[in-house]
Write a new protein. Structure first.
Length: 89
């Protein structure tokens, strides 16, 4: 899988998929140190790897939201998140 943008092509590598699984896993387990270590590892890997991980996380989030709430419900949740951010700004 490749995520493309006019400035960047980020092919998703197995390590990106691993990072995309381990970050939320550490958060779910409440392991702040592991979560911090994984973020530091991702930052050190550079922007292309970070964008690939964001792509995988986004894909997984969409799949989960759609499975739990349907497409329209998923879109409402995302819009609500966007509105919350706009209010906070």
């Amino acid at each position: 899988m490749t995520y493309s943008h006019r400035y960047l092509d980020a092919e998703v590598l197995p390590i990106d998929q691993r990072r995309a699984a381990e970050l939320p896993e550490a958060a779910l387990q409440g392991d702040a140190q592991r979560f911090s270590d994984l973020l530091a590892e991702l930052a050190a890997a550079g922007p292309v790897r970070a964008l690939a991980v964001v792509g995988v996380l986004s894909r997984n989030l969409v799949a989960t939201l759609t499975a739990a709430h349907g497409r329209d419900g998923a879109l409402r949740i995302l819009e609500s998140t966007r509105l919350d951010a706009a209010v906070a700004e």
